[in-house]
Design a protein around this ligand. Structure first.
Ligand SMILES: [Zn+2]
Length: 152
C-alpha cells in the first residue's frame, strides 16, 4: 500500500481536517504527492511575483504566472490556518500528463463523495479543474489541476 513521504504528511497536516481525511483515504489506493498545504502570505507573494514585474504602479505580467492571489489584498485558500486547499498530484509527477491528473481528480472526488455520504467529512472537495463544481471543465479560462479545496 502506498504511503506519503514525511514531507507530504507534514504538508497535509496543515490542511483542514476534511482534506486530511480524504487524502489519507486516497493514498491507500493511489500513490500521490502533496506539494502544498498552508502557505504564509509571504510565500504566496513570492509565487505571485513569478512572471510579473513591478513597473512602479502595478504588477505587469512579463511571463508565465502561477497565481493571481498576492496573499495580502487577495488571499489564496492556501493562506488560511488550517489551509482550505491542498495541491496534490499523482505519483510519479509528470506535468505533461494532464489526462492522468484529471483521472486522479475524478478518483479523489469519488472517494470524497463516499466519505461525505458516510458522514466522515462534511464538505465537498472541489477541484481547480472545475472551480464551480458543475462537472464541466470548458467553462473555465484558468485551471489548476493539482488544486483541491473546500468552501467554508
Ligand atoms: Zn493550490
Amino acid at each position: 500500500m502506498p504511503d506519503y513521504s514525511q514531507k507530504s504528511q507534514h504538508l497535509l497536516a496543515t490542511a483542514h481536517l476534511d482534506l486530511q481525511i480524504v487524502f489519507n483515504e486516497v493514498i491507500k489506493t493511489w500513490d500521490c504527492t502533496v506539494l502544498y498545504g498552508h502557505r504564509s502570505q509571504k510565500e504566496q507573494f513570492e509565487l505571485f511575483k513569478n512572471g510579473r514585474e513591478w513597473d512602479g504602479l502595478v504588477w505587469k505580467e512579463t511571463g508565465v504566472t502561477v497565481t493571481d492571489k498576492d496573499g495580502y489584498q487577495n488571499k489564496s485558500d492556501h493562506n488560511y490556518i488550517p489551509s482550505r486547499a491542498v495541491d496534490v498530484v499523482p505519483y510519479p509527477i509528470d506535468w505533461k500528463d494532464t489526462k492522468r491528473m484529471i483521472r486522479f481528480i475524478g478518483f479523489v472526488q469519488g472517494v470524497a463523495a463516499r466519505l461525505k455520504a458516510e458522514g466522515r467529512i462534511t464538505h465537498d472537495i472541489i477541484s481547480g479543474a472545475d472551480w464551480d463544481n458543475d462537472t464541466y471543465m470548458t467553462d473555465h479560462q484558468f485551471t489548476d489541476l493539482p488544486h483541491f479545496f473546500i468552501k467554508l
